[in-house]
Design a protein around this ligand. Sequence first.
Ligand code: PMP
Length: 309
Amino acid sequence: MANPHPYVYFGDQIVAAEAATLGVASSAVLYGLSVYTVFPVHVDAGAASPAPTAFRLDDHYRRLEESCKIIGIDQFTQEWDFGRFRTAVSTLIAQNAPRTDVFVRATVHVVESIPGTRVRGCAIAVSMFVYDAVPIVPQDGMRLKSSPWRRIPDNAIPSRAKVNGAYVNSVLAKQDAIDSGYDDCVFLDGNGHVCELSAANIFLVRNGTLITPDVSCDILDGINRRTVLTLATEDGIPVVERTVDLTELYIADEVFVTGTSSGAAPVVEVDGRLVADGIPGPISQSLRKRHHAALRTDDVHGWVTELTA
Ligand code: PMP
């Protein structure tokens, strides 16, 4: 991971990173029974009033709540609300005082020890840590490989919930792609339809229309996916959310991906086939610029939250 910062939120306080540990017998460790989100914090080190800002913090909080609800982690909403979350994030950022943009990973862990495979009523602990905002995929044109591993379906472990344990599915597929010389994978579902990457949503452009798998295609309902759909609509680009075949990626005019850790990054090759002429296309490039700007300043949608400790 890119440069973890020294202070961590854990157990309702800020502690040194080494002190934030989970028990080996906790459900979080035994079963991967934790849910999380990652959001960007922008720091304008040159600005007169350099209050850091978080992008779509309330949406990230809501998705964390929804992940808990899906999995049955009922103690989170008993103990937390958005105000508490925002204060914890602000305090953590103030303590670490980053000089450049960072990501914050906030996790709700089930910390009950040896409870057996159950969840309701189990004790939780929230952790948050900060690290440099370094993208996890190339930003100038990445190469994707369709995965031999299928995406976990909604009726097994739902992709719509960000469950730590489910990320073994992503690890298998991403490692396979890397081992084969690619940058990331394209997950397909059991019927061969396109889902998403290991940790990003996917879009294609065909005849000027922006197309992306809909939210019932075993994907995470990505916050950057929603952002790009909004920006594209505002720019007058027709948008369609529907089932996508793998071969549609092969003949697309443009392909790009979105995610907190990926940005809005163009794809130039899928399964050994160039996307169009292998150069990032105009719609990908313009949405990439719009997305990049929205992360930092946004007066229109209310997407940016100032973090004042
Ligand atoms: N899909 C998966 C599986 C992910 O892990 C992520 C990263 N959180 C995304 C999509 C993109 O989601 P977001 O835009 O909210 O970061």
